[in-house]
Ligand binder design. Structure first.
Ligand SMILES: [Zn+2]
Length: 256
């Protein structure tokens, strides 16, 4: 592990995470991510540069807007810290390079899609579509280092296809956005990683759904956005697919 790479990854994650917050807020509202400059969602006053330092501004301001003192959502520092953490773990694993860029882009998409699905119940096509294109470009640039283009394509078909069947069977519980996200996951995780990711997503989704119903936070008929569960399943596959597959194969062959 190269400490300098990890430090650069953390700083990059904080800066990009701050930009992802802008995308998460503006994309579902059909606002440009580039203009106008960042503003407070409550009083709409333009923020100053000192209010835009990732994590630090939130702490210094005590989680409130400098002008109108309304609360700033804790989601903002969480997205910044989460992106930095993800980038750092990836850098510790492979160092900075094409492989890191490939998975850092995937991680970024998971963060933005989860946050938008949680707050607006949509998975924007522009994120899933450009995610596959960007991933394909990085795969070609890397000479297929993290995974082959064939494996990525097979994963995309398996992820999208499996989810298409589930969308059709769920009668409106899941939508086209979930299918496109599963195809995106398949592209980045390849085969058999995508199978691990989908299986983990459904296990976590079922458990959390059951808990929300038992705790009476959600009713039996309430829809729960599935994007965040697909993202969690993806992270499990991204970091633990190989040991999980080894364990499962060992279980199949060695079980008495
Ligand atoms: Zn304000």
């Amino acid at each position: 592990m190269d400490l300098l790479h990890v430090v650069i990854a953390v700083v990059t994650g904080l800066v990009l995470g701050s930009f992802y917050n802008v995308v998460i807020y503006r994309l579902p509202r059909r606002l440009s991510p580039l203009a106008p400059r960042s503003f407070c969602p409550s009083c709409e006053r333009t923020l100053e540069a000192r209010d835009l330092v990732p994590l630090l501004s939130y702490v210094v301001l005590g989680g409130r807007c400098r002008f109108c003192k309304s609360r700033i959502s804790v989601a903002y520092p969480l997205v910044e810290a989460g992106t930095a953490l993800g980038f750092a773990v990836l850098a510790a694993r492979s160092g900075l390079g094409w492989e890191w860029a490939f998975y850092a882009l995937f991680f970024s998409l998971l963060v933005m899609i989860s946050a938008i699905d949680l707050s607006h119940r949509v998975i924007p096509n522009v994120l899933t579509g450009s995610g596959v294109l960007g991933g394909a470009a990085l795969l070609l640039a890397s000479g297929g280092a993290p995974l082959s283009l064939q494996s990525a394509g097979l994963g995309l078909l398996v992820g999208g296809g499996t989810m298409l069947v589930i969308v059709l069977l769920s009668f409106g519980g899941m939508g086209a956005g979930d299918m496109k996200m599963a195809a995106l996951m398949g592209f980045y995780l390849g085969w058999p990683g995508v199978a691990v990711a989908l299986f983990a997503s459904f296990c976590i989704g079922a458990l959390v759904g059951l808990m929300l119903i038992i705790l009476r936070i959600k009713g039996r008929k309430d829809a729960i956005p599935f994007g965040p569960f697909l993202a969690l399943g993806s992270l499990i596959a991204l970091f633990w697919a190989e040991p999980l597959i080894d364990w499962y194969l060992g279980y199949l062959y060695l079980a008495p």
